[in-house]
Design a protein around this ligand. Structure first.
Ligand code: HEM
Length: 413
């Protein structure tokens, strides 16, 4: 009897132990955790944040590429900093075509240097990338989230892996879903992560509505909008025609608006810079060769992509000639009306910049997310974005004793 009781107690003890172990495993998914450096380098996160803020204050356009860099790191070999490595023969990820337009490597170097000064050999380059991406989004008035850290750096970089693993702007929805699934990300992550620009757009809407009050606009959105018309070029004639409201430039609004814009570190007469300063795909920069197929002879009959709004296509044709290989366009129709209504709104209006943006309407689940965010002005987008970024940050990480903590991000130790 005593032996039986002993066996039952042992069983219960084992079950509790297993339960505790499984709970422990869940809270430490792959060895990452929020606050990994709390004891070993407590100032690390603050140093990163300050460096990113300083960099974005100097050049607001740098925020978007810093976010994109983390995505390009995670999709090739996992989030282990391989996108930063350089090889003498140039066969590294950096030199793969999709990465040639990445920017901001010197900022990562500066951040890493500052962190190394505080705690040498402790904070990995891959964690620096993850923290920088979050802080860049926050600096652009986007959402914040707890960044899991504890990644270690890889020692390998390969140009062909970058070619093979980064989604292309010409991809259709099936291919995008498959590529995201192969990284452990689902359709929701795909659509959420594709729309990182809209957080900024949403903040702008709020600010512009507030501006209306300050400027004493006499119509809906009149004040701020008249300010915009005053500085010209941000709201196309077509859009003004479409919403049927004639507004005149109001000098006092214009000067108010210019002051406000300068407070925002934005030169409003420089639309390229401004639009380039936001993340994601209706904004940020996209180069002509990535869309000329959509504008000219899409099906071989001299037509444009039927999934592209005709007015927007005409607008883009005016700025992107068929042989243009250098011009970088803002991934946005350049109109006030669409400007204030986020990536999802643009996609739903068939104004997604790339085929891969338009493709989000070709799947029931991604389409319904686009429409839901459009209707609700991005009600859950901020929260969803943080959740998906954390998920993306777990792809193929090296933890524990794997990999190394690089001293300099461009080379292995
Ligand atoms: C869904 C698959 C995706 C495709 C096919 C794609 C493709 C592209 C392309 C072709 C560009 C323009 C490059 C240029 O011409 O300079 C771009 C820009 C950008 N992408 Fe993506 N992307 C995808 C997903 C993402 C994700 C998941 C993020 C981040 C969460 C992201 C963030 C950005 C940002 C911020 C820019 C603007 C960069 C700048 O202004 O320099 N993209 N993307």
């Amino acid at each position: 009897m005593a032996a039986l009781q002993m066996n039952i107690s042992c069983l219960i003890f084992l079950q509790v132990l297993l339960l505790l172990l499984s709970l422990f495993a869940q809270t430490n998914a792959q060895g990452l955790k929020v606050g990994f450096y709390d004891n070993t380098c407590p100032k690390a996160e603050g140093i990163v944040k300050k460096s990113v803020l300083d960099a974005i204050k100097k050049d607001r356009t740098i925020g978007a590429p810093l976010l994109r860099m983390f995505f390009h790191d995670c999709f090739v070999r996992g989030c282990e900093g391989s996108v930063l490595l350089e090889l003498k023969n140039k066969k590294d990820e950096k030199n793969a075509p999709p990465n040639l337009s990445l920017r901001g490597f010197e900022i990562i170097d500066n951040v890493k240097e500052a962190v190394e000064k505080e705690c040498p050999g402790v904070v990995s380059c891959s964690d620096v990338l993850a923290l920088v991406a979050r802080d860049a989004v926050v600096a652009l008035n986007g959402p914040s989230w707890g960044v899991e850290t504890g990644r270690r750096d890889g020692r390998v970089t390969n140009i062909n892996e970058a070619r093979a693993n980064l989604p292309s702007p010409f991809d259709n929805i099936t291919s995008l879903i498959t590529q995201f699934r192969s990284k452990g990300l689902d359709k929701k992550d795909l659509v959420v992560l594709s729309g990182p620009d809209s957080y900024v757009a949403r903040v702008w809407v709020t600010k512009l509505y507030a501006a209306e009050a300050t400027c004493g606009g006499n119509e809906e959105r009149g004040g701020a909008e008249a300010g915009l018309i005053g500085v010209n070029g941000l709201r196309s004639k077509a859009d003004r025609r479409r919403d049927g409201v004639k507004r005149k430039a109001q000098p006092h609004c214009t000067s108010w608006f210019l002051n406000w814009a300068s407070d925002q570190m934005w030169n409003p007469t420089d639309t390229g810079r401004h639009l380039g300063s936001r993340g994601g795909h209706t904004v940020g920069n996209g180069h002509c060769p990535l869309i000329t197929n959509r504008l000219y002879n899409f099906t071989g009959k001299g037509d444009s992509d039927p999934n592209l709004d005709t007015e927007y296509a005409a607008n883009l044709r005016g700025r992107c000639k068929p042989t243009d290989t250098t011009t970088a366009l803002e991934m946005d129709p350049g109109s006030f009306k669409t400007f204030d209504e986020s990536y999802f709104k643009l996609v739903s209006q068939r104004r997604g910049f790339f085929q891969s943006d338009a493709a989000l309407l070709d799947n029931q689940e991604t389409k319904s997310y686009v429409l839901k965010q459009t209707k609700s002005y991005g009600s859950t987008f901020f929260k969803d974005f943080g959740v998906s970024m954390v998920k993306m940050g777990r792809i193929g990480v090296l933890t524990g004793r794997a990999g190394e903590v690089r001293k300099k991000c461009r080379m292995v130790n």
